[in-house]
Design a protein around this ligand. Structure first.
Ligand SMILES: Nc1nc2c(ncn2[C@@H]2O[C@H](COP(=O)(O)OP(=O)(O)OP(=O)(O)O)[C@@H](O)[C@H]2O)c(=O)[nH]1
Length: 324
């Protein structure tokens, strides 16, 4: 629940074409202890102001010349799409009360003002508005958590798959290629076993930072398993464009890690799959990169293999003719 202090610090806008009404409402609010109150007598200013200030409460007169309160609410609804319209309608017309609620106002205050009613309705409405904001923020945080790895903060497999799908669509439209690089650290288990899980965690965080440091801004670096990471590169012309970035990644991972006075080293193996040359679906391009990674491990680790290498049969050695 929002605290009393949070409620008193909420952002409030008073909208009325009568200077006397504005003055009266400002005085009531200030006396009640509200600290962040402003006003306008120009209804056409309400939407631009709300876009800028994101008010917690708009006390809106319904009968104003030019733009009336109902028209203002229509504009506010476009700003607060799917959200909570923080409008308390002010009206002297009993017949407008229901119309205002139907138009999206959360509540109304009758004119002439009854002080007790004004205080209660403003307080109740702010309580709900602030609670709504807290919930919306909590839900955003939960969504973030569901899509990111808690240890490194990198995107997790779910978000990675979404990103790959977007990159593949883009590559199709642009008639170019995309690369999926699958990395698995070499000998990471030994670090855990020798120096403990906490040290292993520190290494994973440092590896994550180094990979992000090597990638372009538009690439996605994700953690998809214990010591497994995937980097998606869009907008490449050919497989050859991945060789330099892959070498950079291998070098970055092999730099020493200094943790609690210990200097540790490890390396990484990388498998690369290219869209659309090696596969044309999200899952299959990840699978071919994983297959190439397996080959990189099998053939000695600390290296990069491509799916294309696995398809190309080894070339027979050509012997130079022996001079007679
Ligand atoms: N510290 C830490 N370790 C983890 C985490 N998740 C998985 N692991 C460990 O990471 C290790 C990964 O295993 P492997 O990839 O088979 O080990 P490896 O020694 O790197 O083997 P190669 O890839 O063949 O070189 C396992 O020991 C897991 O217990 C984590 O979040 N933190």
């Amino acid at each position: 629940m929002p605290s009393r202090e949070e409620i008193l610090n909420a952002k409030i806008l008073v909208v009325d074409d009568s200077a006397d009404n504005v003055e009266l409402m400002l005085e009531i609010l200030r006396e009640a202890g509200y600290t962040d109150v402003s006003s306008t007598m120009l209804p056409e200013q309400v939407c631009p102001l709300h876009r800028q200030q994101c008010y917690d409460l708009i006390l809106l007169d319904l009968q104003m010349p030019g733009l009336n309160g109902f028209q203002v609410m229509k504009g506010l609804k476009e700003i607060e799409q799917g959200g909570y319209l923080p409008v308390l309608a002010l009206t002297a017309q009993p017949s407008f009360k229901i119309a205002a609620l139907e138009a999206g106002a959360r509540d109304f205050i009758s004119k002439p003002f009854d002080l007790l009613e004004v205080h209660k309705r403003i307080h109740n409405m702010l309580e709900v508005r602030l609670l709504y904001k807290e919930l919306a923020q909590y839900s955003r945080q939960q969504q973030e958590l569901a899509l990111h790895d808690p240890l490194t903060g990198l995107p997790n497999r779910r978000l990675l798959e979404d990103r790959i799908a977007t990159v593949l669509q883009h590559a199709t439209r642009q008639q170019n290629k995309a690369a999926v690089m699958y990395l698995d650290l070499d000998g990471f288990k030994a670090i855990n076993d020798t120096h403990g899980h906490a040290t292993g965690d520190e290494i994973l965080k440092m590896v994550a930072q180094r990979l992000v440091g090597c990638a372009r801004r538009e690439d996605t670096v994700a953690r998809v398993g214990g010591d497994e990471f995937v980097i998606v590169m869009g907008n490449i012309a050919q497989l050859g464009d991945t060789q330099e970035p892959a070498a950079k990644l291998i070098e970055a991972v092999s730099e020493p890690y200094v943790i609690n006075g210990l200097t540790l080293r490890l390396s990484t193996s990388i498998g690369i799959g290219i869209y659309p040359d090696d596969a044309d679906q999200v899952a299959s391009v990840i699978a071919v990169a994983d297959g190439a990674l397996y080959e990189a491990k099998r053939s000695g680790k600390n290296r990069c293999c491509t799916a294309q290498m696995m398809r190309t049969p080894p070339q027979p050695h050509t012997m130079s003719p022996t001079p007679a």
